[in-house]
Design a protein around this ligand. Structure first.
Ligand code: ARG
Length: 457
């Protein structure tokens, strides 16, 4: 494509080193879409005739069909998807094909392709996030009465409903989706027309091209537009944080399916056995999801490092952006899909959860609240319940098994009604505020999410 200036052939090693066709072929649809819009722009600018645009469009559609079917022969000699397509077009339709690259550089071309890809994949991942949210809401609704200990420091803290625990992830996922949608606003800006770095002397109505391609706006500075990869860094961050959340969910599942917890079981279809230990049923999907967080972090750091200190404007370093974004999108899509499927078929061992949640110490805070309601300052109430806990451990006697006289040894404020509040279900129902896990509240939250996620009752 640049043979005019060169006398020597590129070496095979250099071709192998420089090519991107082995991964950027995935942009073929976006590249073709953008080329057709560009051709129409050239027509409006008086560079191409309607006839030539028709030839270009149908030639490109043919090529698109062949690539989709797998019959198109890519060439490493042609370096990337842009040149592979352009060469094939010119071979097919002749001179009109050779006019297509007017007022365009691969620099604005690749930038527009990546933005089209980014918009499409943000929508894809957004949908996958909602699939997992639906699956978690569904699991909660299949086990509406499941109560388990909530943990801090992985030590039993206070009782919560399973739905409350799972909705915590639904909230995290909603923020992840929101972050991607925020980034989408900045993705939605068309760089095409920026040329190599300084636009073109051939005047194209960029706003009309943007409209054609469905972009909300056009970039305002050609130098920025060809080298801006902020939108990818934002996406990679949003996906890295999604990975953080998925790794936490994974960890819960891994703990819950262990014999030590026994809170959950996964379907055979989502677990694997051991080649050595016949009894094993391993939560590999959760472990792999947890492990793949490493890629999601790595891709973010790799791109930021590539961008650091780059002189203006386009530099070939930027070719390194694609595999990072492709990999994070692919990874996120797979992890979300497998988790949605796995959670939809998981079952919960309500009895084991309830037994763990029935640990009377989980209501120690409730006892302190009881004293506060009777007028005892919280700090003092905390100390009283601490002493009661020591007494309970020493005498191996749980709170509900103590007599009123025993309670009153520690505080006169205890009355008969203390026993009622030591019942798990009553204690849960007492947590009424917005954001708290009373069954009434959780039911409402689940209903709101189900509506928001378009789930049927
Ligand atoms: N394959 C290149 C990339 O991914 C396309 C842009 C090439 N531009 C150039 N001036 N060499 O970045």
């Amino acid at each position: 494509m640049w043979k005019g200036r060169f006398q020597e052939e590129t070496t095979d090693l250099m071709k192998r080193f420089g090519e991107s066709i082995s991964f950027d072929w995935r942009l073929f649809k976006h590249d073709i879409r953008a080329s057709i819009a560009h051709a129409r722009g050239l027509e409006r600018a008086g560079i191409l005739t309607a006839e030539e645009v028709a030839q270009i469009s149908s030639g490109l559609r043919e090529i698109e069909g062949e690539i989709a079917e797998g019959t198109f022969a890519f060439s490493v000699d042609l370096e990337d998807i842009h040149m592979n397509i352009e060469k094939a077009l010119t071979n097919r339709i002749g001179p009109a094909g050779a006019k297509l690259h007017t007022a365009r550089s691969r620099n604005d071309q690749v930038a527009v392709d990546m933005r089209l890809y980014a918009k499409e994949t943000i929508d894809l991942i957004g949908g996958k996030i909602q699939e997992l949210q639906r699956s978690l809401v569904g699991l909660s609704r299949r086990f509406p009465g499941a109560v388990l200990p909530g943990y801090t420091h992985l030590q039993r803290g206070q009782p919560v409903l399973l739905g409350h625990h799972l909705l915590a992830y639904v909230e995290m996922l909603e923020r992840d989706r929101g972050r991607l949608l925020d980034a989408r606003v900045r993705v939605d800006c068309m760089p095409l027309g920026s040329g190599a770095l300084a636009g073109s002397t051939i005047l194209i109505d960029r706003e009309a091209v943007a409209k054609d391609l469905g972009f909300a706006c056009v970039s305002r500075n050609s130098m920025d537009a060809v080298s801006d990869r902020d939108f990818m860094a934002e996406m990679l961050f949003a996906l890295a944080l999604l990975g953080t959340h998925l790794s936490r969910l994974s960890e819960d599942v891994i703990l819950w399916v262990s014999a030590e917890f026994g809170f959950m079981s996964l379907s055979d279809a989502h677990t694997t056995g051991s080649s050595l230990m016949p009894q094993k049923k391993n939560p590999d999907a959760a472990e792999l999801t947890r492990g793949k967080t490493g890629r999601l972090y790595g891709n973010l750091i790799a791109l930021l490092t590539t961008l650091k200190g780059l002189p203006m404007t386009y530099n070939r370093d930027l070719q390194e952006d694609k595999e990072r974004l492709f990999d994070s999108i692919d990874t996120a899509e797979l992890c979300l899909s497998i988790f949605a499927e796995m959670m939809a078929e998981a079952t919960v061992n309500e009895a084991a959860m309830r037994e763990a949640a029935s640990d009377p110490f989980l209501l120690a805070t409730d006892l302190a609240d009881y004293l506060v309601k009777a007028g005892v300052p919280f700090r003092q109430a905390h100390e009283v319940v601490g002493q009661l806990t020591a007494y309970s451990l020493e005498h191996e006697k749980a709170f509900p098994d103590m007599s009123l006289a025993e309670f009153q040894q520690f505080s006169e404020a205890f009355g008969e009604d203390v026993f009622a509040m030591l019942e798990l279900d009553k204690a849960l129902e007492a947590r009424q505020a917005i954001g708290a896990p009373s069954p009434t509240r959780v039911r409402k939250e689940l209903a709101n999410w189900a509506t928001a996620l378009g789930m049927s009752d």
